[in-house]
Design a protein around this ligand. Structure first.
Ligand code: HEC
Length: 61
């Protein structure tokens, strides 16, 4: 649960900087895995941040 809560915050802090947030429900777990791997580079996230955000998104769809 800690990872989920951290991920929710990191998502809110980082993922609306360049474009609107996509609803977590829009994509499947596999699709979010691909997106967060790709957006990690764009957003300059560290490994824990991207893992936490992935936990949050996959737990919210
Ligand atoms: C530095 C700017 C930047 C940040 C920060 C960023 N993105 Fe993106 N994002 C982009 C760009 C540019 C594209 C489209 C081109 C591409 O896919 O690289 C994109 C595309 C997407 C897409 C696919 C397009 C769509 O709407 O279906 C999703 C989903 C997405 N981003 C989610 C995220 C998430 C989640 C985060 C936070 C981890 C994030 N983005 C952070 C720049 C950014």
């Amino acid at each position: 649960m800690a990872a989920f809560a951290r991920g929710a915050k990191a998502w809110a802090d980082n993922c609306a900087r360049c474009h609107n947030m996509r609803d977590p429900k829009d994509l499947s777990d596999d699709q979010w895995k691909v997106v967060t791997t790709h957006m990690r580079l764009r957003a300059g996230l560290d490994g824990r941040e991207v893992r936490d955000i992935t936990v949050f998104l996959q737990g919210s769809n």
